[in-house]
Structure formats: structure tokens, C-alpha cells
Design a protein around this ligand. Structure first.
Ligand code: GLY
Length: 391
């Protein structure tokens, strides 16, 4: 990394501290999704506390507490944690995104403070996720209902690659291999049925839920079948790199690299700015800055696991996309909420396009902390604390 890049990272870290200190004071234990008229509201999406992005605000607070030692972040995160403690009381409102809900919040709180109630919530959440495993098809069922089809009981989605770290954590924590084995089997299926040979991926893979037969890929939140939804590409590169962190299984690292190379090419072809879908018509131009931040984290994680001479390529590409996103989309005004605007929930009918989703800011923060050497790895343990891959 050169001096100019180091100065940019330092500058963004300074701005993050000013902005997040102000947001922490203003927002407190309210749980944000996007700012409306400049300010966050509490739990504004259907499902209230169970909405899938609700773990990212406590995730920001715990990362900031870990990096700065400031108590205001910890106290606020603990207040959010008390509110989130009831989420498993409402299992009908939950789906495979339980990992996004508890890993950055309760599980991180347990790992940083030893709180036993948070450990218990994390294990119960892992049981819920493991309970969605389809033995015939070797995948974790994503949803119970969807506006896209009547029966989605045979669907897995690439996003779950960031939920299975909950199972690896529970496996390490309890010594019960069953959790890790389910995660291994799901990741192996994702490798064969979601990732394509060129490193692009399907959002959704459909199976016959009774026999486990693979029926085909579905475009989901992307442009269409055969396209390449960029946030899904982020979940793939980061998820496979984390599966490698959690297992040491070489095929997962190869998958992360394949996916990383595809993402780097697609980003480089568009001035390092992430379109919502890397394979969509030239017009309209729709961005997903959150995808850029997630891909950057995935590239930085991949760099952790390759030999020294390979690392620079991934780190430089991560930096390029972060710099491009920051220059085009960041709002550093500390009187208003939300940093990384330019988000996109999905390609079609996105009535909230351009917003600063809370996960955009979480992954921007995580990427900057990684580059500054101040991150806490929420999605995995130490590489010397692995289960042997068993699938
Ligand atoms: N379910 C996570 C996402 O929409 O990216």
C-alpha cells in the first residue's frame, strides 16, 4: 500500500469516528434500516425486530467499541441487545437470515464480553438455522414464503453463505460437529449449484424438496435468470472465503478466488463502481454501493488466505472499489444519518433505490477497519481453531 492510500484509509477512519459518534448519540437503542428525511427511525420494516438487517446497527456499535474502546458504543449495543433478546419468540417471522440478526449482535457481544444470555441466544439461533437443513438436497432452506413463488421450500440462496458462520461458531462453542457438518454440506452445495464455472453466481438454486434433485438457478434479486446480482456476488466471494477460514477446505478458497476474479473484472470494467447486476442492460444505470463494500470485505478476507505475492491484487482491488464508492456516495455530514448512499435492494421494482442501507455502512466500516488493522472478525474464528472439513 502506498502513502496516498494509507492517508485515504486514515482520513476515512477519522470521518467514520466523527459520524458514528454522532449517530450513536442520536440513535441510541433505536434500530435503523435507512434514514428518512435525514434521520433514522426505529424498526421501520415489516416484522419489526426480526427484519433481516437489524443485526448491523449493533454490529457497527460493537466494531466501534472494539476499535476505539469507547464505552458509549458498548452501552448502546447492550441496550440494543436487550431489545433483540426476544427475536426467537417469533419463529414464524424468521428465516435463514437469522445469522445476520445474531452474529454481529448477540454472538459478538458474547465473544467480547462473555455475556451468557447472548451465548444462549446464539446457540438457539444456530439450532433454528440447522433446523432448516434439507437432508436430501444438502442445503439450508432460505425462506418459508416469497412473493415470487407459491412453494419455496426447495430454495437455497447465496446470501446464506454469510449465515452459515453462525453454525461454525456454534460448532466451536459447543464441540458439537453437527453444526459445522451442516454448514460444510450447505457450502458444498452452493459451490456446485450456485457458483458458475466463470465465478459468477445464481442468486437462487431450486431443488425438489422431497428428493433433493437440483432443478436449476433463478435470477432472484438480480436482473433475471443467468444474470449476476452484485450483492449475491459479494455474499459468494466473502462467504466462500469465510467457509475456508472456518474449515481450511481448499475447494472453498478456490471458489472464493474464482468469484473474486469475476467481481474484480466486472468492477474494473465500470470504474470500480458496483452496478446492481453485473449482467444487465446498459440502461437504466442502477448501483448497489453495499455490494461494493461487501465485495471489498470478501477480497480482503481472500487476501488473508493466499501466499504473500497474491495478496496485493485483492487488497488493491478492494481499495479501488471502496474509494470509488466513497467518492460517489458517501455523506459525511454528521448532523444527518446514513453514510454510504447509492444502495440497491434488488434490480426490479426497487422503491428504495439509492438509499444508505444500514448494512452498506456496516460493511464500509468493516472494510476500513480491516485495512487499518483494527477489525474484529465477526463472521469467523481464528484459523487455528477450525473443525476439520467433514462433508
Ligand atoms: N438477504 C440478504 C440480502 O438481501 O442481501
Amino acid at each position: 500500500m502506498n502513502n496516498e492510500q494509507r492517508a485515504w484509509i486514515e482520513g476515512v477512519w477519522e470521518k467514520l469516528q466523527i459520524k458514528l459518534r454522532a449517530e450513536c448519540q442520536r440513535t441510541g437503542a433505536n434500530i435503523p434500516f435507512i434514514p428518512l428525511q435525514g434521520h433514522y427511525r426505529d424498526c421501520m420494516m415489516p416484522g419489526g425486530l426480526t427484519w433481516w438487517t437489524n443485526g448491523f446497527w449493533p454490529g457497527i456499535l460493537w466494531q466501534m467499541h472494539h476499535a476505539t474502546g469507547e464505552d458509549a458504543y458498548r452501552l448502546t449495543a447492550e441496550d440494543v441487545g436487550k431489545r433483540m433478546a426476544v427475536i426467537l419468540d417469533n419463529p414464524r417471522e424468521l428465516d435463514h437470515d437469522i445469522g445476520f440478526l445474531v452474529l454481529p449482535g448477540a454472538v459478538t457481544q458474547y465473544r467480547l464480553t462473555g455475556n451468557p444470555e447472548c451465548r444462549s441466544l446464539g446457540i438457539r439461533a444456530a439450532d433454528f438455522l440447522a433446523g432448516r437443513f434439507n437432508e436430501q438436497g444438502n442445503f439450508i432452506r432460505a425462506w418459508d414464503k416469497s412473493p415470487w413463488a407459491e412453494d419455496v421450500s426447495g430454495w437455497m440462496i447465496v446470501d446464506c453463505m454469510l449465515n452459515i458462520p453462525l453454525l461454525y461458531w456454534a460448532g466451536r462453542e459447543t464441540g458439537n460437529r453437527r453444526y459445522a457438518s451442516i454448514a460444510d454440506r450447505h457450502a458444498e452445495t452452493a459451490l456446485h449449484c450456485l457458483l458458475r464455472p466463470d465465478g459468477s453466481c445464481n442468486h437462487i438454486a431450486a431443488f425438489n424438496p422431497s428428493t433433493g434433485e437440483f432443478l436449476g438457478g433463478i435470477g432472484g434479486q438480480g436482473y433475471g435468470n443467468g444474470s449476476s446480482w452484485s450483492r449475491g456476488q459479494g455474499w459468494a466471494v466473502y462467504g466462500f472465503a469465510l467457509a475456508y477460514r472456518n474449515t481450511g477446505y481448499p475447494a472453498f478458497l478456490d471458489a472464493a478466488k474464482r468469484s473474486a476474479h469475476y467481481c474484480m473484472s466486472a468492477l474494473a470494467a465500470n470504474e470500480w463502481l458496483p452496478l446492481v447486476d453485473f449482467r444487465a442492460p446498459a440502461e437504466p444505470v442502477l448501483y448497489d454501493s453495499g455490494a461494493g463494500a461487501i465485495i471489498a470485505c470478501g477480497l480482503l478476507e481472500t487476501a488473508e488466505h493466499v501466499p504473500a505475492l497474491e495478496q496485493q491484487m485483492y487488497r488493491t482491488a478492494a481499495l479501488h472499489t471502496l474509494q470509488a464508492c466513497e467518492a460517489k456516495f458517501a455523506n459525511w455530514d454528521s448532523d444527518t444519518d446514513g453514510i454510504l448512499f447509492g444502495g440497491g435492494m434488488m434490480y426490479h421494482n426497487d422503491r428504495l433505490a439509492g438509499q444508505a442501507y444500514i448494512y452498506n455502512d456496516y460493511f464500509l466500516l468493516e472494510a476500513i477497519l480491516r485495512l487499518a488493522g483494527k477489525d474484529f472478525i465477526i463472521w469467523g474464528g481464528m484459523t487455528n481453531d477450525r473443525f476439520q472439513y467433514t462433508s
